[in-house]
Design a protein around this ligand. Structure first.
Ligand code: IMP
Ligand code: MG
Length: 190
């Protein structure tokens, strides 16, 4: 089929929308079983997690709540401190809550390991991580991702919530862009 629109910028589909939908349903069913009799709080990390969070929550057959945080890493690539700046904080107390962080992609793991510590220190009863994608070859810290969609190679990916310079989040598949898309810059970020 001939490519049109945003797909013209895509070199390769890494994970198709059908594969994603099957996996997200499976993760939702596991979460439903694991949290039965509880009311988990899903914490989405903005902006990347909004697509996976909105699909995932519709496969969780439990009373659940959602909340959001936005963070930015300090000087990506220049520091390994793992300190992240909170740009938007949670709007509620999480003491005693069963918190499930929902993230688009785990790369070095620094963002999530910092967030994990921060949310645990606020008295969350349990804290687990759900991530659509993981790049294990890039990991700098040990981090358990209890609910993981897919492992991907060390390539810069976009789609299903994940952006390049703010764009491509609305692609339904997880894709790798053509090199010429980055040509005006120095290459793919990361
Ligand atoms: P970490 O702290 O290195 O694990 O950073 C994770 C964050 O980096 C993700 O939430 C994304 O915002 C961003 N990121 C990592 N890999 C990619 C990628 O391939 N494409 C787009 N964003 C990415
Ligand atoms: Mg992110």
């Amino acid at each position: 089929m001939e490519k049109t629109g945003m797909m013209l910028d895509v070199r390769e589909v890494l994970v198709s929308s059908e594969e994603i939908q099957d996996k997200v349903r499976e993760l939702g069913e596991r979460i439903t079983r694991d949290y039965r009799d509880e009311k988990p709080l899903l914490v989405g990390i903005l902006n990347g997690s909004v697509v996976v969070l909105s699909d995932l929550m519709r496969h969780i057959d439990l009373p659940c709540e959602i909340a959001f945080m936005a963070v930015s890493s300090y000087g990506a690539g220049t520091t390994t401190s793992g300190v992240v700046r909170i740009l938007k904080d949670l709007d509620r107390d999480i003491t005693g809550r069963h918190v499930l962080i929902v993230e688009d992609i785990v790369d070095t793991g620094l963002t999530l390991s910092h967030l994990r510590r921060s949310l645990l220190s606020r008295g969350a009863e349990t804290l687990e991580v759900c991530a659509l994608l993981s790049k294990p070859s890039r990991r700098e810290v040990d981090l358990e991702i209890k609910y993981l969609g897919f492992e991907v190679p060390d390539e810069f990916v976009v789609g299903y919530g994940i952006d390049y310079a703010g764009s491509y989040r609305n692609l339904p598949d997880v894709c790798v862009l053509k090199p010429e898309v980055f040509e005006k810059d120095t290459g793919p970020p990361g």
